[in-house]
Write a protein that binds this ligand. Structure first.
Ligand SMILES: C[S@@+](CC[C@H](N)C(=O)[O-])C[C@H]1O[C@@H](n2cnc3c(N)ncnc32)[C@H](O)[C@@H]1O
Length: 353
């Protein structure tokens, strides 16, 4: 019995230590556009058919087979085996699953840019600095690159573009859930500023749903410099720690989780200055950790995002409701409602009075 438990423990260690293999196989599938190839074909394909569509003159089919075998095991693709003994040498065919549909790059909703950004060597390097972070504190990204992630993006256009695309792709998905649950909350406003809004994809979705709204997208100058034009949106290059443009309400998605409590309090104080004193509000979209709930399908990912904040953010973290309550109060907001979404983050509606 004890022996069996030890073997099981060994299984767990190997599973954990090779968890990166799943990510790397997924990254490979996105880089090669395998989901796109199958999607374009409209039906499952053999390995040779897939390989013929790859941007390669002599692809290694054996290597592709082994990567696809792992991805099938992880339910990223489905393998249809030929019927046995029909005398014809049919090959197995590979098709899309509900998971790999999210990897199709030109689909309306794609997570492919997020897969590529999170697995880019620049984004992975800080993960090797965790023990140093525990031993001496500090920001992992800075230990790996000498700059924090925002400074790094400012001098590295390729990473800046990769990061902004990753944010924009998840925006489309998450904003669908936000608008479905909270359109009424935006409809009553006449102006809204998205603080740290990246290239403006989130505020663009809100203004599309509520066209009377005047939308302002505030982000760092090197980020808004690459932002597309959107009807009804003004892009502002600036610094949220210094000044936030005035509006009826502030929207902030995936901002406060990037920062320490002290930094968040500074941002929240700038928010208060930007909104009307009596009836202003801040709409936060960020995770609320459910430390004692394990059956929520998103909770493992929320925990993974929390440690991603060690890797990428400047002292940021995911927070439990208790931690949110204290932070908001310290930032000058006494009332809040948490609205859960069928998504990774929740919506937290925050009022000063
Ligand atoms: C995690 S991203 C979230 C982007 C967007 N809100 C979204 O959810 O897709 C954080 C954003 O904060 C921006 N940011 C960082 N420091 C900032 C500052 N001091 N002032 C304004 N924006 C800042 C970054 O450039 C980045 O676009």
């Amino acid at each position: 019995m004890e022996e069996e438990r030890l073997v099981q423990g060994q299984v767990e260690i190997f599973r954990q230590l090779f968890a990166f293999a799943d990510s790397m196989a997924l990254k490979c599938a996105v880089e090669l556009g395998i989901a796109d190839i199958i999607h374009r074909n409209g039906r499952p394909m053999t390995l040779h058919q897939i390989a013929a569509e790859l941007p390669a003159t002599s692809p290694d089919i054996g290597c592709l087979l082994r990567i696809m075998r792992l991805l099938v095991r992880k339910h990223m693709f489905v393998q249809h085996d030929p019927p046995p003994g029909d005398g014809i040498n049919h090959q197995p065919e590979f098709g899309l699953t509900p998971a790999s549909r999210w990897l199709v790059k030109d689909g309306e909703h794609s997570l492919a840019p997020m897969v590529l950004m999170q697995n880019h060597p620049s984004a992975l390097a800080p993960w090797h600095c965790f023990s140093k972070c525990v031993q001496e504190g500090g920001v992992a990204f800075k230990k790996a690159h000498g700059l924090d992630i925002w400074e790094y993006g400012a001098v590295n256009p390729e990473f800046n573009q990769l990061f902004n695309s990753a944010m924009a792709c998840t925006n489309k998905i998450i904003m669908k859930a936000v608008i479905a649950k909270y359109e009424h909350g935006f409809n009553r406003l006449s102006s809204l500023v998205d603080v740290g809004g990246g290239t403006g994809a989130a505020i663009a979705e809100i203004v599309k749903a509520c066209p009377h709204l005047k939308g302002i997208n505030l982000d760092l100058p090197h980020v808004v410099a690459t932002a597309p034009e959107y009807q009804g949106i003004t892009h502002v290059g600036g610094d949220m720690f210094v000044e936030i443009p005035k509006a009826d309400a502030v929207f902030m998605k995936w901002i406060l989780h990037d920062w320490s409590d002290d930094h968040c309090i500074k941002i929240l104080k700038q928010c208060r200055k930007a909104i009307p004193h009596d009836n202003g509000k801040v709409v936060i979209v960020d995770a609320v950790l459910q430390s004692n709930v394990t059956e929520d399908a998103w909770e493992d990912t929320r925990m993974a995002f929390d440690v991603t904040m060690i890797a990428h953010a400047s002292g940021g973290k995911e927070r439990t409701e208790v931690e949110w309550r204290k932070l908001l109060k310290d930032g000058g907001f006494n009332h809040y409602n948490i609205i859960s979404l069928p998504s990774l983050p929740s919506l937290i509606e925050v009022f000063p009075n």
